[in-house]
Design a protein around this ligand. Structure first.
Ligand code: PDD
Length: 295
């Protein structure tokens, strides 16, 4: 079965799907994206993802390519045509096609591409139940709150992590504080049992999974603080983990080759990982009840 992509109004086999060479996404990374997980046919946290997509577009002054309901229908159709029930949908919107000039074109139609693929949640290392991270200087711009397709520092950081045998790279700002991972948000649990993650300013992407975990933690009366933490604090923490649409809640057992806590998956990380899987399973059940929401 060939994979099908939605490209500007058409559903096409990947081999035929293409954008113009003067698409501003291609030339300037002038665009934004979203990744939404599908679990048993349900789009997890669809609304906050679509709200964030609209916000990213607004910050870049790109018009939405279509309304939210129409886009929601396209996401389901792409998932359906690709027979993806466990995986992700990828949405990319660029400012569109125009003769190359840095300033915005007078009139360009935003370009929309949607793809889907099968993919389970990232698995922790079988032996340990967790992963390692390395730390790197945060060399990104100061608008990391926008989910921009300009991801070169993230790409380079992830590659460096892979080459070091690590799952993720944590970016550290000039004040010595961890901002986030190259494609995940960063969390620690202090020795007082406090759950800490960076506050959602311009230095991080306000992850949808991050917000869900904050809610789940609050429901469980876990003490939490949204603030920056230093790399030293992270290395001395009792527990650490990362969150994202694809990593869900992933325990971090080593930072720069130093064990976190006793080097094993901590109780809070394990509890929140389970709470998140229960939460996504509930979303699946809700869709089952409404039926037409299901792909
Ligand atoms: N990454 N921080 C960064 C820099 C990210 O790229 C992501 C998501 C997150 C977590 O956000 P969320 O919980 O909404 O997925 C944080 C996606 C999955 C990606 O680029 O593939």
């Amino acid at each position: 079965m060939s994979r099908i992509a939605y490209v500007n109004g058409r559903y096409l086999p990947h081999g035929e799907a293409a954008v113009h060479i003067e698409d501003r996404g291609y030339q300037f990374s002038d665009g934004i994206y979203e990744v939404i997980a599908l679990r048993d046919g349900a789009l997890i946290d669809e609304e906050p993802h679509l709200v964030r997509l609209e916000r990213s577009l607004g910050e870049l002054r790109i018009d939405p390519p279509m309304g939210r309901r129409a886009l929601a229908a396209v996401l389901r159709e792409v998932a359906r045509r690709n027979r993806v029930r466990e995986g992700i949908v990828y949405i990319q919107v660029t400012r569109g096609v125009a003769r190359r000039d840095h300033a915005f074109p007078a009139k360009a139609r935003p370009a929309l591409v949607v793809t889907a693929r099968r993919q389970g949640p990232s698995k922790p290392a079988a032996a340990t139940g967790g992963v390692s991270v390395i730390s790197l200087p945060d060399i990104r711009w100061t608008r990391c709150d926008i989910k921009s397709i300009a991801l070169l520092p993230n790409v380079l950081a992830k590659q460096q992590a892979r080459e070091a045998g690590a799952f993720e790279a944590w970016f550290v700002d000039e004040a010595g504080q961890v901002t986030e991972g190259s494609s995940t948000n960063a969390w620690i649990v202090t020795d007082k049992g406090e759950l800490i993650t960076r506050d959602p300013g311009n230095a991080i992407l306000n992850g949808v999974t991050r917000r869900t975990i904050l809610n789940l933690a609050a429901e469980r009366q876990i003490r939490l603080v949204e603030r920056g933490f230093t790399l030293e604090e992270a290395k001395a923490a009792r527990e650490a983990f990362v969150t994202s649409t694809t990593a869900c809640v992933m325990p971090v057992l080593r930072i720069d080759d130093m064990p976190v806590g006793d080097g094993r998956v901590g109780s809070l990380s394990a509890a929140l990982r389970q709470a998140y899987f229960d939460y996504t399973a509930d979303a699946e059940e809700e869709v089952e009840e409404t039926v037409e929401g299901r792909v």
